[in-house]
Design a protein around this ligand. Sequence first.
Ligand code: NIG
Ligand code: FE
Length: 407
Amino acid sequence: MEGDGPAKGEQMKTLSVLEQAAVGIRDGKVAFIGTMEEAASLQADKVIDAKGKLVTPGLVDPHTHLVFAGSREHEMALKQQGVPYLEILKRGGGILSTVQATREASEEELLEKAKFHLNRMISYGTTTVEAKSGYGLDEETELKQLRVVKRLQGEHPIDLVSTFLGAHAIPTEYKEEPDRFLANMIVLLDIIKKEELAEFVDIFCETGVFTVEQSRAFLQAAKAKGFDVKIHADEIDPLGGTELAVELEAKSGDHLVGASERGIQLLAQSNTIAVLLPGTSFYLGKEKYAKAREMIDAGAAVALSTDFNPGSSPTENLQLIMSIAALKLKMTPEEIWHAVTVNAAYAINRGEEAGRIAIGRKADIVIWDAPNYAYIPYHYGVNHVRTVLKAGNVVAERSGGDAVFVS
Ligand code: NIG
Ligand code: FE
């Protein structure tokens, strides 16, 4: 992923690939990139043989709901019976059932569970992750979730970026007073700022959740308090969230399944990154997927993410999302790789640190059991990781063969 800044439109279509290459790491940072021949004269304490394999930057997952308690496998039957996602929420299930479980869980329990999911993410090649709150919807639990993310920063090799999503749903106790609920969440922003608990503020702009007007006012208040903003926009119903993301100069507009033609044009002319989460369309059984082709052809910067969460996308596996992006969004391998590295990093303000193998950058590197980069989205549903390096340290490794021999 060469160049500066996020890769927009055409820039997503080409990758710089080095054959017979070597990467040198010193003090956790990339210190050398060149051919094997050029590397021959270097002194190394340790050599990792990646012969015949693919080497890429660590994957960046720019949209996850990492910290929550419980799970929602019981909703699968409801979905099979045709009950829509927003109807389950309306009945007090969905997000609200995870809110209940998360309020009841201790900080330690949430921390241990989040660590379990982070371990799985790193084993699938993800080295930087954005994590949202949003399963508390009250002061105590929202802060509890954000503190878990802050503690994990020190306790887990994955780099985390924290987002406050207190406006994820209207809690039952404020059912008739969404504006009063949002006002309370705005008050919380001062504590969050003071304790440095989040860098971003996000809102779920959706039918039955928060309107475009409410989302605008809420995010403007967050911006005035010094936060960068993101929006869950046009995920299920096309409300105009894409336009709002551009209007507010949000770092990213996320989902964008129902983005209008005008929204896509505006996006392409802006610095807002389109974070697409096709796992959600797939998992909710939707016909409609985000119009990635139109977005890229118009010149937008597109990123991809798991949206890891217990309701609409229970998976930590960004490789699977890469396959869904190829199959359903018709993205090319080159576009997909930009979308899970450099563009994902820019969507969470880590574009200068993550998402590229470049001299002086942190050595977040994945070695894959794959002959080339197109192989990863192609061979779907399995884990292709061989070795994951975080800041130069081996943090995940598959030893021996992949096959289980049955006699
Ligand atoms: O991105 N849309 C809102 N939030 C999540 C789903 C959260 C949940 O269902 O628990 C999403 O799809
Ligand atoms: Fe989400």
